[in-house]
Design a protein around this ligand. Structure first.
Ligand code: MCA
Ligand code: AMP
Length: 507
């Protein structure tokens, strides 16, 4: 059996050569044979730029068909795909390009100069190529190659353990870590999800998620591609566009914010959703009230699942059987889960403990961080950092986090990263960043600061914006004389969260 994920995808391209498998409304539609041929052409472009098997190719690009081709071509030539959130600032990107040392970095024209400046200082092997939507230097070279028939048809052979991707995830220490994800991990997860959700080529995926996270890239895109089901690729989640294409699709995946935004739109009803087979939610907790309102409005019970960058998907409510609101369902086929107490033994059913998972979908470790990797595994069990309850009938509920993490609109934000920026500001003595309930994003960010004098929050916000992506910038700012601490000297964030719990919800 071939272990390169692209080989499985290519089978579908070749078996359905005349069928449109990828379409961008108002943009291009590509058949199976076009996807195969154009991926081969993009492969030639990358090889010409010096990419060899095992080399990283990073991309901070707008979502679109070129982005999909780039991802597939990297897999095809045995490269390692490193997607970056388009909202990351130059200083955030600098860290990734220095740490991962990609051979090629694809970025918008406005970022070219900055990326090229890193060739001298941080990454000598780096070659920068630009792409703005469907335009830019990469597109020009691609068009030239296509015109002159230059293509690399070969699919580079890979072992299951060979890396397909590195995805950076932040952590409680503040510095992002690159999760190393293999072809075997991705194939295993796609197979589990195919079985659990009965995904097939009869499905059409409504794809509104970004392509730089596991949710949109490996859950959404991979599942559809591996099964040969058509994808309608939207540039982003825009309710008007989503409602326009929904009647032509059967499956939608989203973070809870997508579903609350759809519910707040009167155009969304039983008619718009009548031919849908499945709505799937994940990346953040789906409120029971959202699940219930969605059911009332459409007659569909959203299927909630649970996963992580490091593991892909681990649990899912069943396709057939009870989809329990407030639970992420049982473990997926081939996945083992356990809920552990502080004493190192699994807790009794119904009690809260730390969730650990094991299976062929679990990543192999963090890039260049063997010690960090070792500390997050117990043998083959990966410690998720999520707190969970396992019911007698095997359903997992995520009830909290053992890690200091905020999830806003499905995006993970580690307070330490923001606190580091704030603590570096000349007038700040210390800071605490917490997440509290937010009606749109699930959680919103509040910063509590202690200063040497009265602090100018406008200056602090500007400092955050310079260093951090916009979604990480706190939306409420408060100054305290001191931070509440326990007897061990640890900041009592629970008290701060409680104090400011109505910051975004108060009428
Ligand atoms: C954008 N903004 C946000 C967020 N997104 N603020 C807080 N939280 C967010 N998630 C801010 C921007 O900084 C900007 O503010 C303003 O909102 C408008 O930006 P825009 O991009 O236009 O916002 P939007 O289009 O309304 O986006 C919101 C969104 C989007 C649709 C919820 O964030 C989204 O698609 N999220 C999904 C993320 C995802 O794929 N997560 C999966 C990762 P300003 O101008 O002031 O800066 S987790 C994962 O992959 C695991 C494995 C799993 O389980 O799935
Ligand atoms: P990431 O590290 O970005 O992959 O995000 C993974 C984290 O998102 C998990 O560790 C959970 O804390 C959270 N998460 C993902 N899906 C769910 C869900 N359905 N319910 C609650 N939390 C979730």
């Amino acid at each position: 059996m071939p272990h390169n994920l692209f080989s499985l995808i290519q089978l579908q391209f070749l078996n359905q050569s005349d069928r449109i498998l990828l379409s961008v409304p108002g943009g291009r539609s590509l058949t199976g044979s076009e996807l195969d041929a154009e991926t081969a052409c993009m492969a030639a472009v990358l090889i010409d730029a010096g990419v060899e098997p095992g080399d990283r190719v990073s991309a901070q690009v707008e979502k679109g068909w070129m982005n999909v081709l780039l991802y597939l071509a990297v897999l095809r030539i045995g490269g390692v795909y490193l997607p970056l959130n388009s909202a990351y600032t130059e200083s955030e990107v600098e860290y990734f390009l220095t740490d991962a040392e990609p051979r090629v970095h694809v970025c918008p024209q406005v970022r070219r100069e900055h990326a090229e400046s890193l060739v001298q200082s941080a990454n000598e092997q780096l070659k920068v190529m630009t792409l703005d939507g469907d335009l830019g230097f990469l597109r020009d070279v691609f068009d030239d190659f296509k015109l002159s028939g230059r293509a690399v048809e070969e699919v580079v052979s890979r072992e299951a353990a060979d890396l397909a991707s590195i995805i950076y995830t932040s952590g409680t220490t503040g510095k992002p870590k690159g999760a190393m994800i293999s072809h075997g991990n991705l194939i295993a997860n796609a197979e589990m999800l195919t079985e659990a959700w009965a995904y097939s080529k009869a499905d059409t995926l409504l794809h509104a998620l970004p392509l730089f996270h596991v949710h949109g890239l490996f859950v959404g895109l991979n599942l559809a591609l591996v099964n040969g089901g058509p994808i309608i690729l939207l540039p982003k989640f825009d309710p008007t566009l989503v409602l326009e294409v929904m009647p032509d699709t059967t499956v939608m995946m989203g973070v809870p914010t997508y579903y609350t935004r759809l519910l707040s739109d009167d155009r969304f009803n039983r008619v718009t959703s009548s031919q849908m087979r499945l709505y799937i939610s994940g990346s953040a907790p789906l409120l029971v009230e959202t699940s219930d309102s969605f059911f009332e409005r459409t007659g569909h019970r959203i299927l909630e699942r649970y996963g992580m960058t490091e593991t892909g998907m681990s649990c899912s409510n069943p396709l057939v059987g009870e989809r329990r609101a407030g639970s992420v369902g049982p473990h997926l086929p081939g996945v083992s889960v356990r809920v552990m107490g502080d004493d190192g033994y699994s807790v009794a059913g119904g009690e809260i403990g730390s969730l650990e998972v094991k299976g062929p979908h679990v990543f192999s470790g963090y890039w260049k961080l063997p010690e960090k990797t070792a500390s997050e595994f117990k043998g083959e069990w990966f410690i998720t950092g999520d707190l969970a309850i396992l019911s007698e009938d095997g359903y997992i509920s995520i009830v909290g986090r053992d890690k200091d993490l905020i999830i806003s609109g499905g995006l993970n934000i580690y307070p330490k990263e923001i606190e580091d920026v704030l603590n570096d500001q000349p007038d700040v003595l210390e800071s605490a960043v917490v997440g509290v309930s937010h009606p749109d994003f699930g959680e919103g960010i509040v910063a509590i600061l202690v200063g040497k004098k009265a602090l100018d929050m406008v200056v602090l916000e500007a400092a955050c914006r310079e260093k951090l992506a916009g979604f990480k910038v706190p939306r409420r700012w408060l100054q305290h004389d001191a931070l509440p601490r326990n007897t061990m000297g640890k900041v009592q964030k629970n008290l701060l969260r409680d104090n400011y719990k109505d910051s975004f919800t108060a009428k």
